[in-house]
Design a protein around this ligand. Structure first.
Ligand SMILES: [Zn+2]
Length: 295
């Protein structure tokens, strides 16, 4: 039986049917950043599918108890009752909801870079920073579904940089792609508009681009070390657009991470892997979760 998987993000909602071997069979998407009502369009799309098993991965915050989602970057949806609405279309289907980064971590654990590991942190570094956990071999959601959303852990309470969430010094304010670009501009860099251009400038030896990436990767190293220190786990899988930049990002990150984690006294050995599944990891994780819900 095919599973219907949804991955709800800041710019688009991906919908896919996924086969028993976790292969994506059919994939469509609906924009989520038009500022207009999303549900009527999404509902129309969903009605063209037939399924008895649905997995929904969503950007956070979510509430797994209530079955609602309030993605930070989709302001139209605050406590949107996605599970109830989907059950109205598919009344007999089982529906599982989980955080998008938890889904990514689960997919990487079952099929990607974290296969065979009982405990791991999955990290997505792109326009935002997200985390998801697999603990004791299972997706760990926390009580509401928002475990490891560590992009909004503050790593600088004396910082003057205000995060979109309202807090100061969040990891995201230093380490997400657009913030590294902003910091490079502050240093006088005049290149393109995104992290891809910044990484290209750094590869060409631009000192300001190199400094901005160094600073962002240090922030991520601090943030990840904090999470590992709380949980005492020793495997990390990192994906997302920024991580695809290659050695220009990974080299400074690994240098900073090696220095940061040593202070813990118990993190001398940490396995750190680039993600394998890339763009469809959220859909695949949602599908795996829907399967595992049924035991
Ligand atoms: Zn924040």
């Amino acid at each position: 039986m095919k599973t219907l998987a949804l991955d709800i993000g800041a710019t688009k909602i991906a919908i896919a049917t996924v086969g028993a071997d976790h292969q994506i069979l059919e994939r469509v998407q609906v924009p989520s950043n038009t500022g207009e009502s999303i549900w009527p369009v999404l509902k129309e799309r969903l009605q063209t599918f037939k399924t008895e098993r649905i997995g929904i991965a969503s950007a956070g915050p979510i509430d797994r108890v209530e079955g609602t989602i309030s993605p930070v970057n989709i302001p139209q949806w605050r406590k949107f009752p996605i599970v109830a609405e989907i059950k109205r279309i598919f009344p007999t289907a089982s529906v599982g909801l989980l955080g998008d980064c938890t889904a990514v971590a689960l997919a990487e654990n079952r099929l990607g870079a974290g296969v065979g590991v009982s405990n791991m942190l999955g990290v997505v570094v792109s326009t935002g920073i997200g985390g998801g956990l697999v603990l004791n071999g299972k997706a760990f959601h926390g009580e509401t579904g928002n475990a490891a959303l560590f992009g909004h852990h503050s790593i600088g309470f004396n910082s003057e940089i205000l995060c979109d969430c309202g807090r100061t010094g969040c990891l995201e304010t230093f380490a997400r792609g657009p913030k590294m670009v902003e910091y490079a501009r502050h240093l006088g860099w005049t290149g393109g508009s995104d992290f891809i251009s910044l990484a290209e400038s750094a590869r060409n030896g631009d000192a300001r681009a190199i400094a901005a990436i160094d600073s962002g990767s240090l922030a991520l190293a601090v943030g990840i070390t904090n999470v590992l220190t709380i949980l005492d786990i020793h495997t990390v899988v990192i994906g997302g657009g920024v991580s695809f930049a290659g050695p220009i990002y990974w080299d400074p990150f690994l240098k900073h991470f090696a220095a940061e984690r040593l202070h813990a006294g118990f993190l001398d050995h940490v396995d750190i892997f680039p993600a394998k599944l890339q763009a469809d990891a959220g859909l695949i994780g949602a599908s795996i979760f829907a399967h595992e819900l049924e035991g």
